[in-house]
Design a protein around this ligand. Structure first.
Ligand code: NIG
Ligand code: FE
Length: 378
């Protein structure tokens, strides 16, 4: 048994209901066991004095591509000079990833997980997708599984050459068999230059048969069938959702699929942002995630995504924080994270600020004082 009390919390965000002022929180064996007034908490083995600062649930980053080698800074610079983003650079990273040793890939992924954690991310999903061969996808997922329980097989990130039908057969056959023991999810990049709706259905169905749960990169570069497929298959999440029509918004609002928005990608590819306001107003569940990857969004900062969502996507700061915590948890079909109600995992962040509002109000400023994961300060 080990317990910890966080006392003198100026503003405690437990969940999407209004934050409490003057609070304390106790965690025992990694779970929240008590919430009440500051100064009234039962004794615990350890104590943190928040000194009037704000406490929020740890961020749940439900979409990240962290297993890769090299970077694409030059591609980014060219894009800022006017080149469009097509996803074609994925193969540059695939070549670097295939050539890297396991240790290099592991060290790079671990560095990114640590970087994210220092910025308040306590759960991070990790996709494969830069191996695109049986051996390279399997090792990517082995490394991912060392760092997170939320691992996603994305062999269908790009056709690496040859006949697309042959590649789909490989992904749904030998590659899936090698990947499935290390993965919880299966994902497909269903878009222009990647996989068609028909291919996406085939791949996701094979993944489900192998015991994985579906999620999908949908409607990032242009309007396509991805969102409709996601809702039909009851996928946990449709990610990007940049180009939606009325039927897509209705489907997301009426179904069990979370709309995961990745503003880092629009920021870093200088693309129009998704219509988050429309999704929320229609009643869809919205998540915010980083899409951390070397091509379209090389940020691990959930606070950055919150700031952009508030400034440029018209979310209120409360909606953005909810999307970055409870929304991310919903996108991973998790109820034990993303909030701090009694019973939740004690994953939380003590901010170096009096209110969560500062996450958007003070963009680019490191506002994380202390991170607790499973009740343990990092
Ligand atoms: O989510 N859209 C597809 N995959 C990534 C980008 C991958 C890359 O450019 O390396 C994304 O944006
Ligand atoms: Fe992505």
């Amino acid at each position: 048994m080990s317990s910890i009390v966080i006392d003198n919390i100026g503003e405690l965000t437990v969940d999407h209901t209004s934050p409490r002022t003057g609070a304390a929180l106790v965690a025992e064996d990694g779970r929240v066991t008590w919430i009440g007034a500051a100064g009234r908490a039962p004794a615990a083995d350890a104590r943190i004095d928040a000194g009037g600062a704000a406490v929020i649930p740890g961020f749940v980053d439900s979409h990240a591509h962290l297993v890769f080698a090299g970077d694409r800074a030059a591609e980014f610079a060219a894009r800022m000079g006017g080149r469009p983003y097509t996803g074609g650079g994925i193969m540059t990273t695939v070549a670097a990833t295939r050539a890297a040793t396991d240790d290099t890939l592991r060290a790079n992924a671990r560095r990114l997980v640590d970087e994210a954690r220092r910025q308040g991310t306590t759960t991070i999903e990790i996709k494969s997708g830069y191996g695109l061969s049986v051996a390279d996808e399997a090792r990517s997922l082995r490394i991912a599984a060392e760092l997170s329980d939320e691992t996603t097989f994305l062999g269908a990130h790009k056709v690496p050459g040859g006949d697309p039908d042959d590649y789909v057969a490989l992904v749904t056959g030998e590659m899936l068999a090698a990947a499935a023991p290390h993965a919880r999810w299966i994902d497909v990049f269903c878009d222009k230059g990647a996989f068609t709706g028909e291919q996406a259905r085939t791949i996701l169905a094979a993944g489900v048969k192998a015991g994985l749960m579906p999620r999908i990169h949908a409607n990032q570069l242009q309007h396509g069938p991805g969102v409709q497929i996601a809702v039909e298959l009851n996928a946990a999440s449709a990610d990007h959702c940049t180009h939606l029509d009325d039927a897509d918004v209705d489907a997301l609002a009426g179904g069990g699929t979370v709309a995961t928005l990745l503003p880092g990608a629009e920021f870093s590819t200088r693309s129009p942002y998704p219509d988050a306001r429309r999704l929320l107003d229609a009643g869809a569940t919205v998540a915010l995630a980083t899409d951390c990857n070397p091509g379209s969004s090389y940020t691990s900062s959930m606070a950055f995504c919150i700031a952009v969502a508030v400034r440029d996507m018209n979310l209120t700061p409360a909606e953005a924080l909810r999307a970055a915590t409870e929304g991310g948890a919903a996108a991973l079909r998790r109820t034990d994270i993303g909030h701090l109600r009694v019973g939740a995992r004690a994953d939380l962040v003590v901010l170096d600020a009096p209110s969560y509002l500062h996450l958007a109000y003070r963009p680019g400023v490191p506002l994380v004082k202390t991170v607790l994961q499973h009740g343990v300060p990092l």
